[in-house]
Design a protein around this ligand. Structure first.
Ligand code: AMP
Ligand code: MG
Length: 489
């Protein structure tokens, strides 16, 4: 008997919200890693999960009693073009559990075999993308950014056919929910207002219980706008590029979801894009805020019928809610960069100070993460030589540093307190692409998971200097640079 207590609220919605489907068993499941702290947080027994029955569940070979085992329906705009039916093509929602924190979480198997939504796909996942998602989602969690989590990774003992034959794997993903803007679009595309109302009320109960009464659907729209504005601002202050901000990859709960060709910037440049399928840079670093707003506009469109029976009244209501995105995003962004620069107070000049630093980094081809980290390390000293050395044109940095030091004179905190505060928001360790690639290569080519374990260990404490791990903090050498990332689907 599985000790997991499921309570599957989504599966209690009408049958048109999902397809019931069992995972397809795999040949020879082998646990790569169990996320023990996360298991405990969810109230799950790590020993059971690591044992034969647990691994059977995590690989899809056994569906425990009480699990829902469904593939959810959704639609979505992919690179701007609308697909009325996408859905979980390779993911199966086992169900929901209530964690130690009293919150509800989805347990989902990604790569667990075909579903009615698979179209031409095989329903499987290759080991590389599974490790990438595990690493980056856990790194994001440690950085304090809302995200789905990785509970486990399992080898299937089978191969998947991509450009080459690759080892197959299954990721167990944990999320506040897997509901997306695309979930709403699925029903809006079918004119199914009753389903939209049921879905909106489900989301409100689950994620935004403060939205009540007659005006709850407008409050929901405003809450999702606010959550996305906060989320994308956090991405920007950490140099994260999602890579596939399609509406089906945007979580209604405001978590980062679907780590495909995502990447962190090394040298700062606003047009940075890694995804091999993003030819026109639609989802480049600097485009993420306008794309988030574009996606939210698609979300608002799905809610129009719930906002007012008269569409002419509903549109301006939705527009007003969407108009809150830009100011909210800007406020979060500036607050985030202020913290990164050790500024506890607000001055009108700050926006210009931030902008100039970013420009200087761009022209100086300076590493985004290290600039802020070294500035933090050197914040209590008279000069910032280590930071300065990151810039191709150190004189430009000197000019900026002078302005920053001047600005610091308006701050009350001691230099040491400021340095410590900066060290707590400016990470030393991020999941750099070349590190991830090296981990994947070791695992796929040599069956060596030690680099994976080490990288996870380092990234679990991104703000702590870790003696002996300096190599995990450095930017890639020329020959290590990763120029393109792949979905691997
Ligand atoms: P993604 O680009 O991973 O967000 O996926 C977009 C759509 O393609 C979703 O409906 C996925 O479920 C589906 N999909 C991606 N990879 C596969 C696969 N290997 N087999 C079946 N469906 C897939
Ligand atoms: Mg997706």
């Amino acid at each position: 008997m599985s000790p997991i207590v499921f309570d599957n609220s989504y599966a209690r919605l009408p049958p048109r919200f999902y397809a019931e489907v069992a995972p397809t068993p795999v040949e020879a499941p082998r646990l790569i890693r169990l996320n023990t702290p996360l298991a405990l947080q969810l109230g799950l027994d790590p020993d059971w999960l690591k044992g034969p029955d647990g691994v059977a569940m995590l690989s899809g070979n056994d569906v425990p009693a009480g699990a829902a085992s469904i593939a959810t329906a959704y639609a979505g705009h992919q690179f701007g073009g609308f697909s009325p039916q996408l859905g979980d093509g390779r993911a199966i929602l086992l169900g929901e559990v209530v964690g130690q924190d009293g919150k509800r979480y989805d347990l989902q198997l990604k790569g667990a075999g075909p579903t009615p939504f698979s179209r031409r796909g095989d329903g499987r996942a290759a080991l590389g993308p599974v490790l990438r998602e595990y690493i980056v989602s856990e790194a994001m969690a440690a950085l304090g950014i809302p995200t789905t989590r990785a509970l486990a990774a399992v080898l299937t003992g089978e191969v998947v056919r991509r450009e080459t034959l690759l080892p197959g794997a299954v990721l167990t993903r944990v999320a506040s929910s897997h509901l997306r803007i695309g979930t709403f679009q699925f029903f809006a595309a079918r004119g199914d207002v009753e389903a939209l109302r049921l879905l909106a009320d489900h989301v409100i109960i689950r994620h935004y219980p403060a939205c009540t009464g007659e005006g709850r659907f407008l409050a929901l729209l405003e809450a999702v706008v606010a959550a996305q504005a906060a989320l994308v601002a956090q991405w920007m202050t950490i140099g994260f590029i999602h890579g596939v901000m399609n509406t089906d990859n945007m979580s209604i709960a405001g978590e980062t979801i679907d780590y495909g060709p995502c990447a962190f910037m090394d040298a700062y440049h606003p047009t940075t894009v890694f995804s091999s399928i993003d030819e026109h840079g639609r989802y480049a670093y600097a485009n993420q805020p306008p794309i988030a707003r574009w996606n939210l506009t698609r979300f608002a469109e799905t809610l129009l019928a719930l906002l007012d029976a008269d569409i002419d009244k509903a549109v301006p209501i939705a527009q007003a809610a969407l108009d809150r995105f830009d100011p909210q995003f800007q406020a979060h962004l500036i607050a985030g960069f202020r913290r990164k620069l050790g500024l506890a107070t607000e001055e009108a000049e700050d926006v210009e100070l931030i902008r100039t630093l970013l420009e200087t980094m761009q022209h100086g081809e300076a590493d985004f993460t290290l600039v802020f980290r070294r500035l933090s390390e050197e914040a209590a000293q008279d000069s910032a030589d280590a930071c300065r050395s990151l810039f191709k044109d150190p004189a430009a940095f000197d000019a900026w540093e002078g302005r920053w030091r001047q600005r610091l004179l308006k701050e009350a905190a001691s230099a040491e307190a400021r340095r410590d505060a900066m060290l707590r928001v400016n990470p030393l360790f991020i999941p750099r692409n070349h590190l991830i690639e090296a981990v994947i290569e070791a695992a796929v080519e040599r069956g060596d998971f030690a680099p994976f374990e080490t990288l996870l260990e380092v990234l679990a404490r991104p703000f702590d200097a870790q003696p002996g791990r300096e190599d995990h903090a450095r930017p890639p050498e020329m020959h290590e640079r990763v120029l393109a990332t792949f979905c691997g689907t």
